[in-house]
Structure formats: structure tokens, C-alpha cells
Design a binder for this molecule. Structure first.
Ligand code: GLY
Length: 567
């Protein structure tokens, strides 16, 4: 009797504590008065907070985090890759720095096909030929010069020091290195640095990266152009020449990031500010939100078979459109305005049956009108003034091409695999891609990276993004739905299990303990194919401003052990 009263009291107390919003057990977001940095790696998040505490703004801090992750999260943090940085200044002005890699000048449409026209296995994913011209250093430097307060030398110093003095590997970073052993062992420089020539690092080991420290020291002293025209460029190009890579001195010298205007949409009265081409992410996200607006998801219940069915049907259609229409809008026409129009969503919603799946075989891209334009990492920051950065960048696959350019300590991307090697043949993510994303010199490969900001009544509410190849788009989608439809706080919205469908292969992916067997059976009964085994999806990091108090809330994904740190 006493025990049951105690239980009731405890339950009532917990309910009272959490009464503001219906949510399951999840830790509270990090609360901070001034600023927050949320990333996959605690050391890097701390670098971001320290930069803000020293008087830097969110952009200064984001650049420092990006450079620090190149040291502490080598599987995806990088200076040898590329990405997208969305910046929303405190005055509301928003722009995107597009520092996506570009195809080298010597690249060509069929460069990964053999004499018979078949895709050569691993040609676009492993080794020197898979490398696109890196954009990270130029992109971070451009962000800093346009919006930062601190000097380049100040924001690069924490990364240099981490590379020179070393840091202790946590479980996740060590596991990442061990998981890529086969790839890294194929390239002598990567084998030596990350695998200690046969003695892979373990959790708790200290890793020092002297060549990377020297590269960062040169960049610190000579400025970001050093990467593209100085000793670092020379080392990269020499290594490329010696190993059949395509990136030349001219490719590096002529690399330029681009400034993009964000795509905008709405969802149930919230404004969605997101990533335009060369990412497919923003257009697909808005297209899916427009379709979901036709349904009362909260009445169906979170993770009910009815809600999951609608998510899958919506994802299926948006990914069919992605395969058909999406590419670098500087090179091909992408019907963005048609894809994100509410009218187009009305038509798509009419094709969705409430009680049974549409096989992907019978789903083809729609007819939008109005032509115009697994491993990655995301970090999000907000500062005291209210400047926000939502940044996703990548080497593409974990540790990219596997190549560390001789003498630089710089891991190089394998972003060329994000192009269409051959229409109709799946890439490394199992994605079917189309002619719009064919390889061409200087073109940017199609991305799924989706740094996104959500506003309410014109005011910043939250910012989010994730790695995960195509799963990025669906991760961001579900976090937005979790917050807007299901009233979750940003931490729980990130923590909650996700699903993924990408049209082809026609299979619903789900997370461990994420969809119970009853619900899976209900989905199968509706005609869905559900993958046999679960696996984790995405790794999101976000910030939010609590509307009533202005308190900054930070949330980091538990999936890879990240950290949100506030001050
Ligand atoms: N490399 C993954 C993406 O850009 O989507």
C-alpha cells in the first residue's frame, strides 16, 4: 500500500515537472543564458563556447568548431571536404555559404565506367580518383570574413593546438577509426597516421597529428589561400600526380565557394528556412512538409502505424522526384519552385492511400511546374546576440576516399560518388540518381545535406541538421514534425527513434527499439517492406530559443555521443 502511494506521488511529481509538453523520458536540453555550441564531439563544442566567451560571435565560433572537428572527428570533420553553412544574423538576414566540393576540370561524365559501360567497383568511392576539389577552408574563411569578428589566426589556433598537442580519443572517435580500418590501411599515409601501421588507436589513447598541425600552422600564418595556392596545395597536387588523382594546381587555385539564398517554405504556420541546390535536402524537406500538412499527425499519434505509413509514402514520393530532377542548379535546370509549391503537394497527397503502400516500382517522379534551381557531421551554434549558424560538412563516406595527402595530414573526400556514375545504378548510399546529376568539370555533386532554421512569427525558434547521406533529409523532417506536431522539446525531438525510406530500394529502415513488432506487422500488412534489421539513422545537433524567456536550449544527439555546451 505504502509503495503504491509512493509510486503515485512520484508519478505526479514527474508529471508536474514535465507538464509543459507531452514527452517521454529524455534529458532536458542544455539551458544557457548566452550561447550554445552543439556538435558530435565535446572537445569541439567546447572550442566553440570558448571562442564565444572570448568575444567571438557564433560565426567565429562555428569556424573554430569546423576546424577543430577536422582534428577531433576525423571521419567527417575536415579541411579536405566541403559543406554548407547557413548563417542567420541577429538582424534576421540569412545566407548560405556553399563550400561544396567541385568536380576537377579533368572529370567527365563516364569516368567511372569501364569499356563495357559498367560502373567500376569502388572507383568513385575509394582512392585518389574519388576526390573532389575541397571547399572547406575557402568556405569557412568566407563565412568569417563576411560575418565574423575575430581574426582567422585566432579561430584556427585551437585546432592547430589540438593537432600538435594531441587529445584523448573517446569511445566514438576510436570506434570510427577502427570501423574504417580496411579503408585506411590501403593508403600508407592514412595507415601510418590513423592505424599506427597496424596498431589502431583505442579509446583513451592520445592521438597527435604533427603533419596536420603543420598544415594548420601554415594556414594560420599565411591565411586560407595557402591551402589553394601555397605549400599545402603543392603537397596535395604532388600526391595526386603520383597516384593518378585528377585534382590539379589549377583546380585548387580556381576553387570558389558560392553564396546562396536559402529556400523558404511553411509548415502549419512555421517558416522553414533551408538549403537550396546543390543540395536536394531543402527542396525535398519542404515538399514533404507540404504533403504532411494535409494530415492531422498528432491525432494519429507519434510512431503509430498510421503516422509512419504517411511518412513513408511522403518520403517515397519526394525521393523519386529527387532522383529525377535534382542536380547542381548552376549546371542544370531544377524545378525547385514547382517541387516546393503547395499545389504540387496537393496533387501528391491525392495519390497516397490511407491504408496501403504504393510500391516504389509504380511511383515515378511527379510533374512539378516552374523550372528555375554515412558520413558527414553537423553542428549548430547560437551566440549572445542571437546570431545562429547551422552547418553540415563532410568527406562523404567515413574517412572519405581513405587518402591522406602525403605530408599534409589532410584526409581527402570521396565526394565524386555523390554524382551519378551511371543513371539507374545505385551509388554508395543505394540512391538511384539521374541525368541532372551527371558528372561535369567544376560541377558540384548533388547533396542531401540540409542545414535548416525554423522561425515562428518571424522570430528564430530552432536550428537543426544531421549527417547520414539521404537519411539526413528524413532526419530533419522527423525532428521538425516531432517539435511542431507532437510538442516535443528539441532534445526529445532529436532523441526519438526515426525511420527512413528513399523510394529505391523500396524498404523502410528503422532504428533499434524504434518501431515495435506490432507496428512493423501493421506496416507490412499495409504492403510496406520493412528492413529485417534496424540500424541508427542520423546524428542531429540543434539549438532553440525558449520563446518566453529567451534562454538558449542546446541539444546533441545521443547516437554518437555528441555534446551541447552552453554558457
Ligand atoms: N555526401 C553526402 C551528402 O552530401 O549528401
Amino acid at each position: 500500500m505504502k509503495r503504491s502511494i509512493a509510486l503515485i506521488l512520484l508519478t505526479t511529481m514527474l508529471l508536474a515537472l514535465t507538464a509543459t509538453a507531452p514527452r517521454g523520458a529524455s534529458k532536458e536540453p542544455v539551458r544557457a543564458r548566452h550561447g550554445v555550441a552543439a556538435s558530435v564531439n565535446e572537445i569541439a563544442s567546447r572550442v566553440g563556447v570558448e571562442v564565444m566567451q572570448r568575444g567571438g560571435n557564433a560565426i567565429d565560433a562555428a569556424v573554430a568548431v569546423g576546424l577543430a572537428l577536422a582534428v577531433t572527428w576525423p571521419s567527417a570533420g575536415n579541411i579536405g571536404g566541403g559543406g554548407f553553412m547557413m548563417i542567420r544574423r541577429a538582424d534576421g538576414a540569412t545566407e548560405i555559404i556553399d563550400y561544396r566540393e567541385r568536380a576537377p576540370l579533368a572529370a567527365s561524365r563516364d569516368m567511372y565506367l569501364d569499356g563495357k559501360g559498367d560502373v567500376v567497383k569502388n572507383a568513385s568511392t575509394v582512392g585518389y580518383k574519388a576526390v573532389g576539389v575541397p571547399g572547406t577552408v575557402a568556405g569557412l574563411a568566407l563565412a568569417l570574413s563576411r560575418h565574423g569578428k575575430l581574426k582567422w589566426a585566432d579561430v584556427i589556433e585551437p585546432a592547430r593546438a589540438l593537432a600538435a598537442e594531441g587529445f584523448t580519443l573517446n569511445h566514438q572517435t576510436a570506434r570510427g577509426i577502427q570501423g574504417s580500418k580496411d579503408l585506411l590501411s590501403r593508403f600508407p599515409e592514412s595507415n601510418r597516421i590513423f592505424l599506427r601501421s597496424g596498431k589502431p588507436f583505442e579509446e583513451g589513447d592520445r592521438i597527435v597529428q604533427p603533419e596536420l598541425a603543420q598544415t594548420l600552422a601554415r594556414l594560420k600564418e599565411k591565411g586560407p589561400r595557402e591551402f589553394y595556392e601555397g605549400e599545402t596545395a603543392r603537397l596535395i597536387v604532388d600526391d595526386m600526380k603520383a597516384n593518378g588523382g585528377l585534382v590539379t594546381a589549377r583546380d585548387l587555385k580556381e576553387y570558389e565557394p558560392a553564396i546562396r539564398v536559402p529556400l523558404k517554405g511553411t509548415y502549419r504556420g512555421y517558416e522553414i528556412v533551408t538549403m537550396p541546390p546543390p543540395s536536394s535536402g531543402g527542396a525535398a524537406l519542404i515538399e514533404m512538409l507540404n504533403v504532411l500538412e494535409h494530415y492531422d499527425l498528432s491525432r494519429m499519434g507519434w510512431n503509430s502505424s498510421a503516422e509512419l505509413h504517411l511518412l513513408v509514402e511522403t518520403m517515397r514520393r519526394a525521393f523519386a522526384d529527387r532522383a529525377e530532377f535534382m542536380g547542381d542548379a548552376d549546371f542544370v535546370k531544377v524545378p525547385v519552385s514547382g517541387l516546393i509549391s503547395k499545389k504540387y503537394a496537393d496533387r501528391l497527397a491525392q495519390t497516397i492511400a490511407p491504408d496501403h503502400a504504393t510500391p516504389s516500382e509504380s511511383v515515378r517522379a511527379g510533374k512539378p511546374t516552374g523550372y528555375e534551381s554515412t558520413e558527414t557531421t553537423h553542428f549548430t551554434l547560437i551566440d549572445d546576440e542571437g546570431n545562429v549558424v547551422s552547418n553540415t560538412y563532410t568527406l562523404n563516406n567515413s574517412f572519405g576516399s581513405g587518402v591522406t595527402a602525403q605530408g599534409t595530414g589532410v584526409l581527402l573526400n570521396n565526394e565524386m560518388d555523390d554524382f551519378t556514375s551511371k543513371p539507374g545504378v545505385p551509388n554508395g548510399y543505394g540512391l538511384l540518381q539521374g541525368e541532372a546529376n551527371a558528372i561535369a568539370p567544376r560541377k558540384r555533386p548533388l547533396s542531401a545535406m540540409t542545414p535548416t532554421i525554423v522561425l515562428k512569427d518571424g522570430k528564430f525558434l530552432f536550428a537543426i541538421g544531421s549527417p547520414g547521406g539521404p537519411t539526413i533529409i528524413n532526419t530533419v523532417l522527423q525532428i521538425i514534425v516531432n517539435i511542431i506536431d507532437f510538442g516535443m522539446n528539441i532534445q526529445q525531438a532529436i532523441d526519438s527513434p526515426r525511420i527512413h525510406h528513399q523510394w529505391m530500394p523500396d524498404s523502410v529502415r528503422w532504428e533499434p527499439l524504434g518501431v515495435n513488432s506490432d507496428t512493423r506487422a501493421a506496416l507490412v500488412k499495409m504492403g510496406h517492406t520493412v528492413s529485417d534489421k534496424p540500424g541508427y539513422i542520423g546524428d542531429a545537433h540543434g539549438v532553440m530559443v525558449e520563446p518566453k524567456t529567451g534562454i538558449r536550449l542546446g541539444a546533441s544527439d545521443p547516437r554518437l555521443g555528441g555534446a551541447a555546451i552552453g554558457y
